[in-house]
Design a protein around this ligand. Structure first.
Ligand SMILES: *[C@@H]1O[C@H](CO)[C@@H](O)[C@H](O)[C@H]1NC(C)=O
Ligand SMILES: *[C@@H]1O[C@H](CO)[C@@H](O)[C@H](O)[C@H]1NC(C)=O
Ligand SMILES: *[C@@H]1O[C@H](CO)[C@@H](O)[C@H](O)[C@H]1NC(C)=O
Ligand SMILES: *[C@@H]1O[C@H](CO)[C@@H](O)[C@H](O)[C@H]1NC(C)=O
Ligand SMILES: *[C@@H]1O[C@H](CO)[C@@H](O)[C@H](O)[C@H]1NC(C)=O
Ligand SMILES: *[C@@H]1O[C@H](CO)[C@@H](O)[C@H](O)[C@H]1NC(C)=O
Ligand SMILES: *[C@@H]1O[C@H](CO)[C@@H](O)[C@H](O)[C@H]1NC(C)=O
Length: 785
């Protein structure tokens, strides 16, 4: 068994290496399977055995022309009105309707044009948080109302303005339900001592539907009364949802740019918060307004961020979050605007003085760029590209009114479905109510397989009367198999197994993974129903593809014969592990360049180039060595604004430093998120100062500096010299002392030992052990006295 498996593996590897679509044709057994493979041709009545052949391998002798089935894609432009900015009838995208017929896997490049119409209608709906703290902003907006209208009229003479306000769900813990508090929820005085009129809290109120009566806008804002509530976050999402979906109440026009300016100074409640007041039913994203007020605020929970995102997208609404400049609040709306498509955030200053500037800026940001999106599902791939000078992911930026931008949409059907192969796809500029409709028909079936075709012959003799001849091949009835349905599952096994081997010399039949019956391989079943062995010689399977983290083809594709992953739209790589598009390599809110222009996008990851200055980070947007450049660039303005020093005098400072006004703090907080860059600069006087900068949006900088520079005085030379001499002396003294101590200790020890040994002496002090007497006495044995 082992060698068989080895052989099988070898076979697989061999297939892997040569695995391209040319090999796939021959394995297709029916006409529809064949034509679903791009480049494959079917012959109803071939002169050889093979019905399905790759186009470049077609030989003259293979098939007569009238038997060849090779459906071709086609296109037809059904509606192609020229671009126009005629009032009330603007056309900003062309063509408008296209009919396409494509084979599965066939790519079609649709060229289309977009131009921003002049005087395109604009609907601006202003939603304001009217909790008590917004009183000043309301007053300011009332005063600026007329000017806002004028300014917008400068941009387009077809402009409508509306106004709505919100507080929160009227229940504990959001607002106090004590009757007296309900009536007078706040107790505020204006700066001039006047009492602020404060009305009962409410959820969302439409004060003025979209209209051209701009004076009414100012009047409505002026007349609106603030209210009070308990907790810090407000119920703005309820208001946003109603303002977006209640098209009739608000009066959104179909053909217009829709802008919601959402102005608040507090954070927002999101889905789930309603629970606190016992409101558990999820928001249904429908309109529930009676007499210009939202009615179901105690029935439906707050909408989720993704609901807001979806309805805004569906209804072509751009949202501008105009947030009162408090750091934490601004931060959370900044993050919100990153996840809500077509939204921007801008900071309102203290008293909303800059509200007009903010609206106009964000409006321009919206119209200056276009993002094309399509609603194709997974089975059709649509890629958008453009040759415009400032491309961004799926679109372009820096477009001027009237400028024609050329786009190409590459459309490729990836799947044939069993139900319907007619699809309608729309390609549209986001947040605009214009689109290209594509009627797409995917060619998945062969006409000769239809029952009314002359090539559809039930009970055909060619199929042993036990099958239907379709497009020249037998579709056997249940219980029969074989090329001409000559085998029955009941009849005995044939001994001839040569047709079960790729070539005669092979010793194994059916690649060792099946048995040969009636000259055909019947492949083994796998115990796992997800796994299948198939192919003429059981040489294919759908489980030997590359895995990532144990997931076959990363679960983003099907495993085809030969161990090849057929990836879903948007993914590539041998295990479908790589995103196809480079959008993931483009930093959201960045400069729209792939890997910041300093790297290449490889398998969904930026690989930063090895340039003179080295960039790093997820989007190659971090450059530790370049950071100083921006610091140096900002330095003169920070210096003159905060410390009244540096290269600019005060006049130059006013003239040159218009981008930002440095905020002054006592101590800079170093534990900031990574968006905040810290600069430490040592000036000519040897003083150090620290400042931080961060981007509020693409252009706007926020700079914070420490109030005081840290300076060191000039060095005192005498003190230095004396200090050095003193320390040398001191070191000498210490050394002497140590030497003295050491020798003393040593001497003491020696003396003690000497004393000790003397104690242990076995002889008397006046008895010298070395002393020998000068005379010796010997006894002579022979001597007798
Ligand atoms: C309208 O535009 C003109 C010229 O472009 C400008 O002078 C005028 O100040 C603008 N008006 C407003 C209200 O912005
Ligand atoms: C795309 O939108 C059009 C129009 O809204 C719709 O008819 C079509 O079914 C949508 N297509 C898909 C794939 O959702
Ligand atoms: C856009 O395409 C049209 C033809 O489709 C061509 O005439 C025109 O020059 C192109 N414009 C640009 C800016 O490429
Ligand atoms: C077709 O099947 C029937 C049994 O259903 C059998 O009697 C008959 O012989 C088969 N025809 C051929 C040509 O094998
Ligand atoms: C099969 O084996 C014979 C003799 O061993 C050899 O001549 C022939 O080329 C082989 N055929 C193939 C297809 O390997
Ligand atoms: C393999 O084929 C079987 C039978 O067609 C199918 O049920 C299974 O989902 C397939 N597995 C994969 C991973 O495609
Ligand atoms: C700063 O302003 C002065 C005078 O207003 C001008 O001469 C100088 O070029 C400006 N410097 C920069 C960097 O803009």
């Amino acid at each position: 068994m082992v060698p068989l498996n080895a052989l099988f593996l070898l076979f697989l590897t061999a297939k892997l290496i040569s695995g391209d679509s040319t090999n796939n044709c021959k394995s297709k057994e029916t006409c529809s399977e064949c034509i679903q493979e791009i480049g494959c041709l079917w012959c109803i009545n071939p002169k050889t055995e093979i019905h399905c052949v790759y186009e470049s391998e077609v030989r003259d002798s293979w098939c007569e022309d009238n038997f060849v089935i090779n459906p071709q894609g086609s296109d037809e432009v059904l509606q192609n009105s020229p671009l126009a900015s005629t009032e009330g009838n603007a056309v900003q995208i062309r063509p408008q309707r296209v009919k396409l017929t494509l084979r599965r896997g066939e790519e079609y490049k649709l060229h289309f044009q977009y131009a921003q119409a002049e005087n395109y209608p604009v609907d601006l709906y202003y939603i304001m948080d009217l909790s008590a703290s917004m009183e000043e902003h309301r007053e300011k907006l009332a005063k600026l109302g007329a000017k806002l209208a004028q300014t917008m009229m400068n941009i387009t003479n077809n402009f409508k303005l509306g106004f709505g306000s919100f507080v929160d769900k009227v229940d504990l813990p959001f607002v106090s339900t004590v009757p007296a508090k309900l009536e007078h929820p706040c107790n505020l005085n204006k700066k001039n001592g006047q009492k602020v009129v404060c009305v009962s809290p409410y959820s969302f109120k439409n004060h003025m539907s979209l209209s051209t009566d701009y004076n009414k806008f100012s009047q409505e804002v002026f007349d609106a009364k603030v209210s009070g509530n308990l907790d810090a976050p407000e119920g703005g999402f309820d208001a946003l949802m109603q303002a977006i979906v209640c098209k009739d109440v608000i009066g959104w026009r179909a053909q217009a740019r829709h802008l919601i300016v959402f102005s608040t100074d507090a954070e927002f409640h999101i889905a789930g918060d309603g629970k606190l007041a016992g409101v558990v039913e999820p928001n249904d994203a429908r309109c529930h307004m009676v007499k210009n007020s939202y009615t179901d605020y105690l029935k439906l929970d707050y909408p989720s961020i993704s609901q807001i995102n979806n309805v805004a997208k569906e209804n072509n609404i751009n949202i501008v979050f105009a947030i009162v400049n408090k750091r934490r609040i601004v931060d959370s709306y900044k993050k919100l605007s990153q996840v809500v498509e077509n939204s921007n955030m801008g900071a309102l200053d203290e008293k909303s003085e800059n509200v007009i500037k903010l609206v106009v800026e964000n409006y321009n940001k919206i119209v200056d760029s276009v993002t094309i999106s399509s609603n194709s599902s997974n089975d059709v791939e649509v890629k958008i590209s453009s040759t415009c000078p400032h491309p961004k992911a799926n679109g372009c930026t820096n477009i001027h009114v009237g400028e024609i931008v050329n786009f190409t949409a590459t459309i490729k059907p990836l799947e044939c479905s069993k139900d319907s192969n007619h699809k309608t796809i729309t390609i549209k500029p986001e947040a605009l109510d214009e689109s290209i409709t594509i009627d797409l028909e995917v060619l998945c079936d062969c006409g000769c397989e239809a029952t009314n075709s002359q090539f559809f012959i039930p009970k055909s003799d060619k199929c042993s009367t036990n099958g239907t001849l379709k497009c020249g091949v037998c579709d056997c009835d249940f219980g029969f198999f074989g090329k001409s349905c000559e085998c029955s599952t009941e009849t005995s096994q044939s001994n001839d197994d040569t047709t079960c081997k790729p070539n005669k010399n092979d010793t194994t039949v059916c690649s060792g993974l099946g048995i040969c019956r009636c000259g055909q391989c019947q492949c083994n079943r796998r115990t796992n129903p997800e796994e299948k062995i198939f192919g003429k010689y059981c040489d294919c399977d759908n489980y030997s593809c590359k895995r990532v983290n144990g997931k076959l083809c990363s679960q983003r594709g099907t495993c085809e014969c030969g161990g090849i992953c057929n990836c879903e739209a948007g993914w590539t790589g041998d295990a479908c592990q790589c995103p196809d598009s480079t959008t993931v390599c483009v930093k959201p809110d960045g400069n729209n360049l792939i890997c910041n222009g300093h790297g290449t996008c490889n398998c969904g990851k930026c690989e930063c180039l090895d340039e003179e200055v080295r960039y790093s980070g997820k989007y190659c947007d971090e450059c530790p060595t370049c950071e100083g450049q921006r610091c140096e660039e900002l330095r003169p303005c920070v210096e003159c604004q905060v410390y009244k020093s540096g290269v600019y005098n005060q006049d130059e400072c006013k003239a040159n430093c218009t981008n930002f006004l440095t905020e002054v703090v006592d101590k800079i907080d170093n534990h900031q998120d990574s968006d905040v860059k810290t600069c430490t600069i040592v000036d000519d006087n040897d003083c150090t100062f620290v400042f931080q900068y961060e981007y509020l949006d693409e252009k706007q900088l926020r700079v914070v500096a420490e109030k005081e520079k840290v300076c060191r005085g000039p060095p005192d030379v005498l003190a230095w010299v004396l200090g050095v001499i003193g320390s040398i002396l001191l070191a000498g003294l210490i050394l002497l002392l140590i030497w003295k101590v050491c020798t003393t200790v040593h001497d003491r020890r020696e003396y003690a030992r000497f004393e000790n040994e003397r104690q242990k002496m076995k002889w008397h002090r006046n008895e010298n052990p070395l002393y020998k007497e000068a005379t010796s006495t010997f006894a002579n044995p022979l001597y007798h006295k």
